[in-house]
Design a binder for this molecule. Structure first.
Ligand code: RB5
Length: 144
């Protein structure tokens, strides 16, 4: 799958490791930075990744900050984005099945690398269930 990834300073270390993990798994990964762990503002990295997804340059986006919360708030401001801040593999599957999430935000400070790898596995391997969920997602997107 084609993916775009980014972080802030708090998510930098896991962003580097997760990008390598995803490439090793056969995904094509665009890294929107940062290139080091100098202090930065997370919206500056959320928006390029969200735009990659919204414009169709990639299928899904991955953002990592301290909690994942600020990244989700910023990414969801970009029309076309359904971002979910996820801390368990079960919720990663559910945000795909029920909400057709196209961008995931992760915590680099409170969730281990191994758990975030399991979360990404679930996020990338789970399909949207459609059916009764379709109209609900359409109502969300009508708010853009
Ligand atoms: C940075 O200190 C921290 O606020 C940021 O990484 C993120 O957790 C915000 O939601």
């Amino acid at each position: 799958m084609r993916l775009s990834i980014g972080s802030d300073h708090a998510g930098f270390e896991q962003k580097q490791a997760l990008a390598a993990y995803l490439r090793d798994a056969g995904h094509e990964v665009i890294d929107r930075g940062p290139d080091n762990d100098d202090r930065v503002d997370y919206p500056d990295f959320a928006v390029p990744v969200a735009r990659d997804v919204a414009e169709g340059a990639v299928e899904r986006g991955v953002l990592v900050c301290g909690t994942g919360i600020g990244m989700a708030m910023a990414a969801d401001k970009v029309p076309g984005i359904r971002a979910a801040n996820i801390i368990t593999p079960q919720f990663a599957a559910l945000c795909r099945e029920h909400n057709d999430a196209n961008l995931i935000t992760l915590s680099g400070r409170f969730v281990s690398l191994e758990e975030n790898e399991r979360i990404l596995d679930a996020f990338l391997s789970t399909d949207f269930a459609g059916g009764r969920h379709t109209g609900r997602v359409e109502k969300i997107m009508a708010l853009d």
